[in-house]
Every structure is written in C-alpha cells, then in structure tokens.
Design a protein around this ligand. Structure first.
Ligand SMILES: CC(C)(COP(=O)(O)OP(=O)(O)OC[C@H]1O[C@@H](n2cnc3c(N)ncnc32)[C@H](O)[C@@H]1OP(=O)(O)O)[C@@H](O)C(=O)NCCC(=O)NCCS
Length: 147
C-alpha cells in the first residue's frame, strides 16, 4: 500500500490521484488481489525474471486466468521462463482456475515456443490487435487446461 500510494502521489504510473485508505486497499485486494499472483526469479545479481497471473478480463469468465512471463534478456534461453511458467501453472491450479491463456504477439517466437513447450495450444489469431512501432500486430491466443 505504501509503494502504491508513493506512485499515486509522485508519478504518472497510476491514474489514481488520491492515496488509498487502508479500507480501500483492503477492498481492492479482496476484489482483485486474491485472484492474482506475482512470482519473481532471483539470480546472483538480483531479479532475473518475473511471472504474473491476472484474471482474464472478460465478463463472466471467472475460471480463466492469463499469464505474463518476462525474463531479463541477459538470461534468455537458460530455462527461467519455463521454470516461472511451470510455477504459475501450479499456482493457477491451486487457486481454482480451470483454464489459462496467454496473448502472445504472433511473431514472438520465444513466447510462442515457451507456451507450446508447457502444453499450450494456439486457439486463434486476433488480427491487427495492437499497433506498435508503426505497424499493426497480430496476437496469438494460446490456451491450456489446468488440472
Ligand atoms: C519468452 C521468454 C519469457 C522466454 O524465456 P526464457 O527463459 O528465455 O525461455 P526458456 O529458456 O525457459 O525456454 C523456453 C522454451 O522456449 C524456447 N525458446 C527460448 N527462446 C527462444 C527463441 N528466441 N526462439 C525460439 N525458441 C526459443 C526454448 O528453446 C524452450 O523450448 P524447448 O524446451 O522446446 O527447447 C523470454 O524470451 C522473454 O522474456 N521475452 C520477452 C517477453 C515475452 O515475450 N514474454 C512472453 C509473452 S507474455
């Protein structure tokens, strides 16, 4: 709560303009926090990667969670992504989710391969789902059942 309120007061990182009270923070945690997870991979020189579970933001799809995995480029290809995603799968199952999805840029070979290696299947393409660096991006939706 302290770190969040620092960002409220000092940065543009959040659109909230007023610090949260303890009650508001607890309400937020009750509504969202229990359905999310953050895992951090530590190396000798500090954080080398992180993985997140977030409720998939589609109304009613309460049994579906989305993963995000990010590894420090200096440590790519050494199994950290797989280790993080493996732990996220265990966590998601333990939290009661039935299905996990990932939205991966269609030309992101490492992201696609990581998810394939962990049992995800390509269930479709969202064409021109995002615009970045002056071009449209296709997004691959990948999915795996849990449990
Ligand atoms: C995707 C990412 C998390 C992979 O992490 P990593 O620690 O390098 O991956 P791992 O070493 O655990 O390898 C996982 C699998 O992907 C494959 N892989 C990794 N990098 C690859 C690349 N550049 N091209 C093709 N395959 C690749 C590995 O060979 C392995 O598959 P295998 O077991 O069949 O051999 C990492 O590249 C990254 O942080 N990218 C930027 C963020 C991102 O795209 N996240 C995914 C979308 S949410």
């Amino acid at each position: 709560m302290g770190i969040y309120n620092w960002a409220v007061n000092q940065t543009f990182a959040t659109i909230d303009a007023e610090p949260l009270s303890r009650e508001e923070a607890e309400d937020w945690w009750e509504a969202h926090g229990k359905k999310s997870r953050l895992l951090v991979a530590d190396g000798e020189e500090g954080v080398v990667g992180w993985g997140r579970l977030l409720p998939w933001g589609r109304r009613g799809l309460t049994a579906t969670v989305e993963d995000l995995v990010y590894v420090d480029p200096l440590h790519h290809g050494s199994g950290i992504g797989k280790a993080l995603l493996g732990r996220l799968l265990e966590e998601a199952h333990a939290m009661g989710y039935r299905t996990i999805v990932a939205s991966v840029a269609a030309d992101n070979r490492a992201g696609t391969r990581l998810h394939e290696a962990m049992g995800f299947k390509n269930v479709g393409t969202i064409h021109e789902g995002a615009f970045k660096f002056n071009r449209w991006m296709d997004i691959t939706l990948m999915e795996r059942q849990l449990g």
